[in-house]
Design a protein around this ligand. Structure first.
Ligand code: NAD
Ligand code: MG
Length: 402
């Protein structure tokens, strides 16, 4: 008899939301959907509510929530609709749910993910930005709330699988020497450097191996994504930056590796399909079908590995620098990056301006200590203002989907 898990999906209309609900839909006896939440894409959420019949749906945008509510009432779907930050945080802490998939993109995911942490949920974390901003304070909220974190990010999920069962966040005690994070190098790994200033948003979003949301796709093209993942790995696994190495592996089949003191290196392999780490995390410690075809090693290889080129990918070095500076610096880096990526996707700045804006924000907003999350949030706000001023853009236009 399998205990049925009740799931909340934050970011249900996005790429991770799609993959999560695909896996959930394959196992109706194992998983129920307690709540679905998103920004303002009410038509897509209405379709998902018709299919999964959650008790609650939440949209950040109140006008979109009203349209969703009317649509569902008209169709006789018994889902209660909530709105705003309070609605998102309420579904994240829903008493009848045990598992929360944190898949909102960017800093916007921090408050609801924290609500899930404080409510003691099993958090399946895709929203790496929340951890980058919150750092030690976020991890403290997880511990004091009695919550647990299972990484969905493919690299961190791979590391989770390569570490010993019950790993308690102390690498020395587990005999771990290093963590090796693999990176594809994105669409511009071999593009002449002189052309990078002129690449378009669509080129940046055309990832060679993964289909993802536009923000993380741009982050993959700059390798800021890998930089954020270094910071994410530091907090998730208690490993110092000096023991986290990034390796370019263009095939995206080896999702990351753990090196032990005896020289053993354990890797997790699989087709580049997020349904694999999602299914692993949803069912853990069981294993379930994810709908992913078996890996054909003869066709997947040959595998290549290389050190990252820091001149091509300055964002990676900025992330290591922010982690070394500590305190509020990772929050500053993340906030400046969010502003710059949004401006790049809107066609307002060039690709290479992203790294320049991030470097400028790290210089302009001095790193301070994070005693509480408010310190990180204040640094986030300061960095957004600095980045907007640098890039010559006005404050707070709503980003994203319609
Ligand atoms: P996406 O853009 O496809 O989807 C984002 C989701 O977040 C949507 O459901 C959107 O409605 C919601 N959202 C956006 N802004 C919001 C707000 N202010 N309030 C509430 N909801 C909001 O993004 P994605 O690719 O699914 O990525 C989601 C997260 O997962 C990101 O943090 C990303 O770094 C991480 N991640 C994604 C992948 C991937 O393969 N897509 C892999 C690893 C990690
Ligand atoms: Mg990743």
């Amino acid at each position: 008899m399998i205990a049925r898990r009740e799931i909340v999906v934050l970011g249900a209309t996005g790429s991770i939301g799609d993959s999560t609900l695909d896996v959930v839909g394959r196992h109706p006896a194992r998983f129920g959907v307690a709540a679905l939440a998103a920004h303002r894409q009410w038509r897509k959420l209405a379709t998902l509510c018709r299919r999964f019949r959650p008790r609650f749906a939440a949209l950040l945008d109140p006008a979109a929530a009203a349209l969703l509510e009317r649509d569902l009432a008209g169709a006789g779907v018994p889902t209660q609709v909530l709105a705003g930050d309070a609605g998102l945080c309420a579904v994240a802490a829903l008493p009848e749910a045990d598992t929360v998939v944190a898949a909102i993109v960017g800093a916007a995911g921090l408050a609801p993910t924290l609500a899930a942490a404080r409510a003691g949920k099993r958090i399946l974390l895709a929203n790496k930005e929340a951890l980058v901003i919150g750092g030690a304070a976020f991890m403290a909220a997880v511990r004091s709330g009695g919550a647990s974190l299972v990484p969905l990010d493919s690299e961190h999920n791979a590391i989770f699988q390569c570490l010993p069962q019950g790993y308690a966040g102390v690498p020395q005690a587990a005999g771990v020497r290093r963590i090796l994070l693999t990176a594809s190098g994105g669409p511009f790994r071999e593009r002449p450097l002189a052309e990078l200033a002129r690449v378009t948003p669509d080129e940046a979003c055309a990832h060679p191996n993964w289909v993802m949301g536009r923000k993380i796709s741009v982050d993959s093209a700059t390798m800021m994504n890998k930089g954020l993942e270094v910071i994410e790995a530091h907090w998730l696994f208690g490993v110092p930056a000096a023991a986290i190495e990034v390796v370019i592996h263009p095939q995206s089949v080896i999702h990351s590796l753990v090196e032990y003191l005896d020289g053993s290196v354990l890797a997790q392999l699989g087709n580049p399909d997020m349904r694999t780490p999602i299914a692993q995390a949803l069912a853990h410690p069981d294993r379930i079908d994810a709908g992913v075809p078996p890996l054909d090693l003869a066709r997947a290889g040959p595998f290549a590995f290389a050190a990252p080129d820091h001149a091509r990918f300055p964002c990676l070095g900025l992330a290591y620098a922010a982690l070394a500076a500590g305190g509020t610096a990772p929050a500053v880096l993340n906030a400046a990056n969010e502003i710059a990526v949004e401006a790049f996707l809107a066609g307002r700045i060039g690709f290479t301006d992203i790294a320049a804006a991030c470097a400028h924000a790290l210089d302009a907003v001095p790193a301070g200590p994070v005693h509480a999350l408010d310190d990180a949030l204040a640094a986030d706000a300061a960095a957004r203002a600095v980045a907007r001023a640098r890039l010559g853009i006005a404050a707070a236009t709503a980003a994203g989907e319609g």
